[in-house]
Ligand binder design. Structure first.
Ligand code: MN
Length: 222
């Protein structure tokens, strides 16, 4: 629940990532916001984030989210991120932690299907339904038993219940907030999407254009 690790890794005078000043609670009952950011860092991966307890619980998925029933993929839990990170799309400058291009790849509502999400995560198993713009259906996150070559941060994300609709090549390389490709985001390094819902009128035009629209995700923010 603390952002200490998040802040320790970053120099906010050198990156446009959110400082984590906002920690508004947006979840209602067992439904809460989720985002997936495609992140071309040293290695391409996908960051899966669930808004819980005033932070974004976060996992790095080296191979993304599985869509075929029964398929399992590694999900490495990483430090909690501030909730305003859910709006971030842009470029983390070279030399900074996680340097590279970040695309808001998917966003929407996550619903815990068994018990409260906080308790489920502490127990190491969360069964949930995603209603995103790209991903729809049921998945399960399970913490792996720590072993010699595996620490307690290793989880699996498993496609449960049935196959999800496969992601088209076009959708794979398309931001859900700006419609941009990874290449376009990288080429427009000055355009950063970042927590500008409340200050849009004071922001330069090119940043205002990037107001996040999380579709149904917005409904629970009001
Ligand atoms: Mn990342």
């Amino acid at each position: 629940m603390s952002l200490t690790r998040y802040k320790a890794k970053r120099d906010f005078s050198r990156t446009n990532e959110p400082k984590g000043s906002r920690s508004r609670r947006r979840e209602i009952g067992e439904r809460f916001l989720f985002v997936i950011q495609k992140h071309a860092a040293r290695r391409l991966h996908y960051d899966f984030r669930l808004e819980l307890d005033g932070v974004l619980k976060s996992w790095a998925l080296p191979k993304g989210v599985p869509t075929v029933q029964g398929e399992k993929r590694l999900a490495v839990q990483v430090e909690d991120h501030p909730v305003d990170y859910a709006d971030f799309e842009g470029t983390i400058p070279a030399g900074n932690y996680g340097a590279g291009t970040v695309m808001l790849w998917d966003a929407g509502i996550c619903e815990a299907l068994e018990g409260t999400p906080g308790a489920a995560l502490r127990k190491g198993k969360l069964l949930f339904h995603l209603d995103g713009q790209k991903l729809k259906g049921e998945w399960t996150l399970i913490r792996m038993r720590p072993s010699e070559d595996r620490d307690e941060n290793a989880w699996l994300i498993i496609k449960t219940q049935k196959d999800a609709r496969a992601i088209s090549a076009r959708a794979e390389d398309r931001s859900v907030v700006s419609g941009r490709t990874m290449k376009q985001i990288a080429a427009e390094a000055d355009r950063t999407w970042q927590s500008n819902r409340n200050q849009s009128s004071r922001r330069p035009r090119h940043q205002r254009a990037g107001r996040v629209n999380l579709n149904k995700g917005r409904a629970i923010r009001r």
